[in-house]
Design a protein around this ligand. Structure first.
Ligand code: ASP
Length: 342
């Protein structure tokens, strides 16, 4: 018989943990230890909940790979003591952090559920309570003595997604996230409807390995009609550049003017990986479909396929941090490591 699940709540910051200062009208963090005071319903859940918090909770716009490593460390150190982890995080950069954690936590066989909210927990119309309570319930789901979910995911407004497939799409609606290239893992209505086919299947015999080295000397360049040679040559001559993510049009197209193609070739000749990710919210890169992408394919630009920009950035940082050799970089990048691409 399954025993009660042990869940660790990790508070990093963001709106979910904020209350309104009625004198100044601004939002400020409340003491996370008072969580039960704000959500007494948590006591009714059929699992044991422990909490931990960043010493200084942050707005997620201040997130960086150092903080990602802090989250990874908390999970690593307490991995054996808990059946699941719920990370409370600001929604603004949640998809970046959750994507990064999916790569940092190799052979994960327990759930790590990211959640947050659009309105503070102390607000009358808050979405924080539902998001938090259901995230905990999901993290506590068990089957045959194991956690039902065994991957990094993101729960928001009645849907659980694979984290590295998500993007924040709305700054106003409660439905703030979307996963256009991969179905929801769970939909929460009167019941939790689990999409068993879509769940990640870990090899439970393999031990968790945590990788904290992430290379952040990379560039993200979004193409736009009119981007000029001077800008590109200035950006590409950044001496510390270790990798480039190019947000291209449609199925991976860029201008095929010679100055641009040559600038990319120079980077690749220096052994710097260039990743092609589409700026469309859904669909995939397919280099070679149009004249405006065939050159990219020929020169060895790497396809991010149907990855989100957030996942492409996290994967690039991760593989560079792993010191993957330039020779095998393309093959490894184009292989799905954590279900982030087809
Ligand atoms: N600015 C906040 C943050 O990302 C917004 C939120 O929590 O949703 O930290």
């Amino acid at each position: 018989m399954d025993t009660k699940a042990n869940i660790l709540l990790i508070y990093t910051g963001g709106t979910i943990g904020m209350i309104k200062d009625f004198e100044t009208g601004t939002l400020r963090n409340f003491n996370f230890k008072d969580l039960l005071k704000h959500i007494p319903e948590l006591k009714l859940l059929d699992c044991t909940i422990a909490t931990t918090s960043f010493k200084q909770p942050i707005d997620s716009s201040n997130m960086n790979p150092g903080y990602w490593a802090d989250i990874a460390t908390i999970i690593e150190e307490r991995y054996e003591d808990f059946d699941g982890f719920v990370v409370l995080h600001g929604s603004d950069t949640m998809s970046y952090t959750a994507s990064a954690l999916s790569f940092m936590l190799e052979n994960l066989s327990k759930p790590v559920v990211f959640t947050g909210s659009q309105l503070p927990i102390g607000d009358l119309r808050t979405d924080a309570k539902e998001n938090l309570i259901t995230s905990i319930q999901i993290a506590a789901l068990r089957e045959k003595g194991h956690s039902k979910i065994a991957e990094v995911c993101l729960y928001f407004e009645y849907k659980l997604y694979r984290a590295n497939r998500t993007t924040k799409i709305n700054a106003e609606h409660f439905e703030a996230f979307a996963s256009l290239n991969y179905p929801a893992l769970i939909e929460s209505g009167v019941n939790l409807v689990i999409n068993n086919e879509a769940l990640y299947r870990p090899n439970r015999r393999k031990k968790l390995r945590v990788h904290k080295a992430m290379e952040s000397n990379i560039l993200l360049v979004k193409m736009f009609p009119g981007i000029d040679e001077t800008t590109i040559s200035h950006l590409f001559s950044y001496p510390e550049i270790k990798g480039l993510v190019l947000e291209t049009y449609g199925s991976g197209n860029v201008t095929n003017e010679q100055w641009f193609i040559s600038a990319l070739k120079r980077l690749i000749a220096k052994g710097i990986p260039v990743i092609n990710v589409t700026q469309c919210s859904g669909g995939s890169v397919a280099m070679g479909m149009y004249e405006t992408s065939i050159e990219l394919k020929r020169m060895g630009v790497i396809s991010a396929k149907d990855c989100t920009t957030e996942a492409a950035i996290a994967k690039l940082m991760y593989l560079l941090g792993q010191k993957v050799s330039p020779k095998s970089f393309k093959t490894i990048f184009e292989t799905s490591l954590r279900g982030e691409m087809i």
